[in-house]
Write a protein of this length. Structure first.
Length: 81
């Protein structure tokens, strides 16, 4: 949920005198909120997460189990219920 804020803080250059901000150093309302570097980080992170999730969804059963199974057709473990 807070990945955009973390990327914004991580890509913002460090300023030593951050406590003493003057009017000339303030950001205008007309400036872009999402910078090019932030957009690149968001797109790269999204692509990475999509690839990992697709691999886990389609190949996870093969990677983590000895034989593939179907949750709908699989018999119950406990025969009493």
């Amino acid at each position: 949920m807070d990945i955009l804020g973390a990327i914004a803080i991580g890509t913002e250059p460090y300023k030593k005198d951050s406590h003493s901000t003057s009017l000339s150093q303030r950001i205008s309302r007309k400036d872009n909120v999402v910078k090019l570097e932030m957009l690149r980080q968001i797109v790269c992170q999204s692509v990475y997460q999509i690839i990992v999730m697709m691999i886990l969804m389609y190949l996870g059963g093969i990677m983590f189990f000895d034989k593939p199974f179907n949750l709908v057709l699989e018999p119950l473990r406990d025969e009493k219920t």
